[in-house]
Structures are given as C-alpha cells and as structure tokens.
Design a protein around this ligand. Sequence first.
Ligand SMILES: [Fe+2]
Length: 289
Amino acid sequence: MKAVSSATITRNDYLTEEVGFAEISTLPIDHPGAHDSDYRARRNYIAELAANYRHDPLHVIPDVMYTKEELDVWHSVFTQLEEVQQRRACSFYLQAKQDLGMTADEIPQLRHLSNKLNYFTGYRLAPIEGLVETRAFLSRLEKRTMLCTQYVRHHSRPDYTPEPDIVHEAIGHIPTFTNPDFADFSALVGYGARIADEQQLIELGRLYWWTVEFGLIEEGSEIKAFGAGLLSSFSELDNCFRPSIPKQKFKLKTVINTEFDYSMMQPVMFIIPSYAYLKEVTRQFIRSF
Ligand SMILES: [Fe+2]
C-alpha cells in the first residue's frame, strides 16, 4: 500500500534527480517507476509545478495536462474501484464523489476540486511535490488545507503505489473533506500536530492512520469503509472486510497505541460510529496535550 505522509527517507535507498534550483523528485529504488527515465522526468516536471506554486503570489494551483498514458491509468483504477466501492464504501463518500463530478474519463484538477471543497467546508488543496514530514503535513490541516500530490502512479502497476499520488488523493481523500464534521476533525488533528510533543505526534499519526487512511464507519446495521487507503485500493478495500481481519469498535486509547506498517495489508480495522463522534473524541484527546 501507500505511505500517508511520514515515510522516513533513507538517502541511500533513493534515486534522486536534480532539477534546476532544487532537488525535486525522489523515488525509492524499488518504486515501479524508479528505472523509467521518462517517468522520472515526468514526475520531476509535475513536482516542479508544485514547487513553483509556492512562489506564485496569486497562488493559482497549476493544472496538469495529463497524458494519454496517465489517463489510462486513472480510467483503469477508477473503473475497478467503482465496482468495489459500490458495495464497500460509505454512502456519504459515494455521494460526495458524485457531487465533486469525478468520472473515469478525466483526472480532476486540484484547482477545481479545491474550489468545490471550499464551497462545502472551507477546505482548500495545495499541491506538493511528494512525501512530507508528519508534523508539516498534518499541521497544514489546521489551516483547512490539505497538501496533495498531482503525479500519477507508474503505468506498470495501476493497482499499486508506494506513496500518495493523484489517484489516492482524489479518489481516496478529497470526497470525505466535503463532510463538515470530518473537516472539523481534520482541522483539530492539524492543531494537535502543531502543539504536540514527539510522543503525542506519533499518537496523532496513528489516529490519522486508523481513521483517515483505514477507517470503517457504522452505517445503520452495516459497516462501511471511509479511509482513503481503503477507498483508493481495490485489494485493501476487499481484504479489510474478510472475516479473518479483526474489526474493533473505535477506542481512542487502543488506536493511539496501535502501531502500523504502511508497506503491508492492514491486520486490524477500527470502526467509528460517526464523524461527529470522531471529532469530539479527538477534541478531548488534544485537550490533554
Ligand atoms: Fe493518504
């Protein structure tokens, strides 16, 4: 699966590119696109757009003109996910994806999605080159901003990405930000990340992981998926509902003490009763910092 935002990067494990004024794109050696020079050049180009965005006084999120190859990857993943999501995703998510106008035929531009999110919950999106350190990533949520990548995973593995890409961001994360309680919860996590000590930050990272990335939610008598890591991976989305995967009611103390490994299928799931509940529990948690 993918990393959320906090992979510890060991320099020797990465191939790097120098692009102009700064080193922009890094790929782990075992990344599906690590040895594809065209892919790496494309990644660098898109990363450079994101880097330049921060120097744009008007802060207009740059559009990416996606290639046929990238559109094919999106179409393939979107179509396969759609079938599983209809059975497994929470109804709020399915409606939000429609409200945002997402289709298999077009990779949405962050600029459009940001405008729509801002209308629903005051959230905005900002492009980023790649993985970001945990505190930097989470603390931006306090300003109701989510950092998003714009590049597309390598075409050789449309079902897999070791890091967040636009498929993960747009299909996995962005629709849920149209929910007011989820948006407020995210902003609380951002505030918490800004004031947390190192141990509290680890615990916040686990809370984020077991909810925002891999959370399940009660829906009437059913259990549905709302975590982005589930909703953007058909293998994870089906796997997590297997009877062999333990599903526990969300308990904050358990969640913040449960470690995770982003490189493997998740061995346990936690179920929240509602986003409002998650928001309130998180508020109390951060009050203790
Ligand atoms: Fe994510």
